[in-house]
Design a protein around this ligand. Structure first.
Ligand code: GLV
Ligand code: MN
Ligand code: MN
Ligand code: MN
Length: 412
């Protein structure tokens, strides 16, 4: 590891402090939206932002904006990510981007001042509410409300598996705000890659040019509840048996398309009534289907609907399938990509353009303002697990990269 400046050490100390919130015994974090851990993260963010001279606003869906008004009335350069996590998740997904944004924002302002340049815009560091969509689906919730893609009223009524709404969860931790969010001129985010490309090619930073088309299928399988011992096999209408076949279909549909062009999984399912002595009457599950090519997702979806119908007929159960959380392919503007590449050159960093298969708040923001999304390398490409890792050196390099981008955006 090269020589660390005192600012680098402060960043790493802050990251080590942050990763203690919601820490799991196996070295990850568990920070679902609207829980006590989320509340602790928010307190952490507020106190760190205020210590650096930012003024924190909270909107009606719990998005936090740490603002520095530099040019009264001007729109804001927003820079941020999310502090919530998946269950039993890694320490870097989202949280790294928020801390990097806080440091990059302060450093960009210092650099501008040192160079005698005046900012043309205001600046805010953001912690978006519920990027992960783990406890409350859909994902990218706070950033999508900000971008006008979802209504705040609908999102406040979304419920978790225990029936608790977003409104109730935010109220319970005291973080449903009433401040008006700042008007954005543009948005920048840095995130871990969650893939292997940067590591394999030995690069410092990725500049994201597009995101994959993604969609979820909300699947309910309805059978009939009966006794696991006393019901004749021929009489059973077992929702879980049909759901198991559907899970395999979701997995195997990828084999019908060229390798790596389609990914598809069932990540969540709930069995009712979930007793050892009861043939399940109902299974609810969510399939996540993604490709860089929307036509491939549409073809896979059609093939799956067809298969669900056949499984339903054979197993004498009903499938109810609804589309949700559909995200079009997003192309980040060329001007922002060029600005980021120029900033990488100025910092002497090696970068390349790539696509994201994972969803990011930047995708929601790009639908309303020009957006720049950077990636920092992930060890072994693993994410949404406790083993997720990005090296200290790569984290610090990412802060440098983001600082250059924020500085350039502030000057425009
Ligand atoms: C959430 O993390 C996603 O990638 O959609
Ligand atoms: Mn993330
Ligand atoms: Mn994630
Ligand atoms: Mn994500």
């Amino acid at each position: 590891m090269p020589h660390l400046t005192s600012a680098d050490r402060l960043f790493l100390d802050d990251f080590r402090g942050l990763e203690r919130i919601g820490a799991t015994p196996a070295g990850g974090v568990h920070r679902l939206s609207g829980t006590a851990e989320d509340g602790a993260l928010r307190e952490w963010f507020r106190s760190h932002a205020e210590a650096q001279g930012f003024d924190v606003r909270v909107d009606g869906i719990g998005n936090m904006f740490a603002c520095r008004e530099l040019v009264p009335g001007a729109p804001y350069v927003l820079v941020g990510s999310h502090l919530d996590s998946q269950p039993l998740a890694g320490r870097f997904d989202g949280a790294y981007g928020v801390l990097a944004a806080l440091y990059a924002a302060s450093r960009a302002l210092d650099r501008l001042a040192a160079d005698g340049c005046a900012p043309a815009r205001n600046l805010a560091v953001v912690n978006w509410f519920n990027e992960e969509g783990a406890r409350f689906a859909p994902s990218l919730m706070g950033s999508s409300v900000y971008a006008g893609l979802y209504s705040i009223e609908d999102m406040l009524e979304v419920r978790d598996l225990d029936g608790v709404s977003v409104r109730e969860a935010l109220d319970a931790i005291g973080w449903r705000g009433s401040d008006a969010p700042p008007d954005a001129a543009c948005y920048a985010e840095i995130h871990i890659e969650q893939g292997r490309i940067l590591e394999r090619e030995g690069l410092d930073v990725g500049v994201v040019e597009a995101s994959w088309y993604t969609q979820k299928l909300d699947i309910t399988v309805l059978g009939e509840q009966s006794h696991t011992g006393a019901t004749a096999m021929a009489d059973r209408r077992d929702a879980l048996v049909a759901a198991a076949e559907a899970v395999l279909a979701v997995h195997d549909v990828t084999l019908d398309f060229p390798e790596e062009m389609l990914v598809s999984s069932v990540g969540q399912h709930v069995v009712e009534p979930n007793s050892p002595i009861v043939v399940p009457r109902r299974v609810h599950m969510i399939a996540d289907v993604r490709s860089g090519d929307p036509e491939i997702v549409r073809a896979a979806r059609a093939a799956l609907l067809d298969q669900f119908e056949r499984i339903g007929d054979r197993r004498r159960v009903d499938f109810i399938v609804e589309d949700f959380d559909v995200r079009e392919v997003c192309r980040f503007p060329e001007a922002g990509i060029a600005l980021a590449e120029e900033a990488m050159r100025a910092e002497g960093l090696a970068s390349r353009r790539l696509s994201t298969m994972a969803g990011h708040d930047a995708v929601a923001l790009n639908s309303v303002v020009p957006t720049v999304l950077l990636f920092t390398p992930s060890v072994d490409g693993v994410s949404h697990c406790e083993r997720e890792l990005t090296s200290d050196e790569d984290m610090l390099t990412g802060v440098r990269a983001l600082t250059g981008v924020v500085r350039a955006l502030l000057e425009r």
